[in-house]
Design a protein around this ligand. Sequence first.
Ligand SMILES: CC(C)(COP(=O)(O)OP(=O)(O)OC[C@H]1O[C@@H](n2cnc3c(N)ncnc32)[C@H](O)[C@@H]1OP(=O)(O)O)[C@@H](O)C(=O)NCCC(=O)NCCS
Length: 356
Amino acid sequence: MIRSKIGGIGYYVPETVVTNDDLSKVMETSDEWIQERTGIRERRYGTKHKETTTSMGARAAEVAIQRAGISKEDVDFIIFATLSPDYYFPGCGVLLQRELGITHKEAAALDIRNQCSGFLYGLSIADQFVRSGMYKNVLLVGSEMHSMGLDFSTRGRNVTVIFGDGAGAVVVQPSEKEGQGILTTKLHSDGTYAEKLAFINPGAHGGYHLDKMEEEYDFGYDYDQKYGEIFITDKMLKDGQIFPNMEGQFVFKMAVQKFPEVINEALDEVGLSTKDIDMLIPHQANLRISQFVQKRLGLTDEQVWNNIQKFGNTTAASVPIAFCEAWEAGKIKEGDLVCLAAFGSGFTWGSALIRW
Ligand SMILES: CC(C)(COP(=O)(O)OP(=O)(O)OC[C@H]1O[C@@H](n2cnc3c(N)ncnc32)[C@H](O)[C@@H]1OP(=O)(O)O)[C@@H](O)C(=O)NCCC(=O)NCCS
């Protein structure tokens, strides 16, 4: 049976560095608070009107394509994961196709909305397509321009200080070498707590989910209004209900439980254990979460790659950026066992084991 491998990997982060001190000039926060709770020192922000989620994804994709030894026209399927798309619709997949100039008639593009685990979901889809023989060069991109959709007042500080912009990409191809490539991917979801980490407005919910939630949540919807005002109401704008919301401690507790679970599940399936992992690349949610997971799995500092200190949480881009950085630093060599894992909004989570 054909196995798939990562044939090329690349990342792009915008130039502008935003430090914790920079944020403390616009909201009530401090470098000390942010570093102590999250490990983050700085993050990058894209330049408005010059960069978007799609354009950053394209820059990362160009590097991955070149390293895969193919041309843009060889890409037969595009998968784009993001929670900060350029448009409500169409998705970034086709925008990236246009930006890269992929014009051949067999090309197809798919968008994924799985937030922090979007890259893992995308990798699993790419793996299935390549293994089935349907596609030979699947371009998978994770990219986020969070800085366009965050609340920069003190009200939004618990979310805003965490997130940064950036993009990562891989080309998934058939593997020619016995034993090399993606060994397994594991995906999970549980919608019970969908609103604990969410960007609810604008949306077409019209208040529908209210009944399904444990506690009352003000969606900013005018229930007396018969038509119109469905996507964005004056109240939403006035009360800042057009930004992401997060119950940080709840998310933290779920994350530290699900990361080890899904990593062990993948290892069990292929008959390996944590001591076989050469490099764990966890989604960069919070350095404290990564440290907790590392300790729980009994891994050394050399076995885990973290870069949240420099880039913050870049959601769908965080795993491929960290993966690429570790590879560029020479920390991933042929034959190494690489473990990827992510957890995020949904909740959705997943893992992958790759023999490099
Ligand atoms: C977000 C997170 C850092 C917050 O840390 P925490 O210790 O849980 O903090 P809390 O939300 O309980 O808030 C504690 C206090 O700090 C304040 N606070 C929140 N954000 C702040 C900030 N950026 N600067 C200063 N104070 C802040 C709160 O208002 C609260 O103040 P109060 O006690 O006066 O009410 C932490 O919960 C976390 O990282 N959770 C996981 C988030 C995550 O990984 N999300 C992505 C998943 S993919």
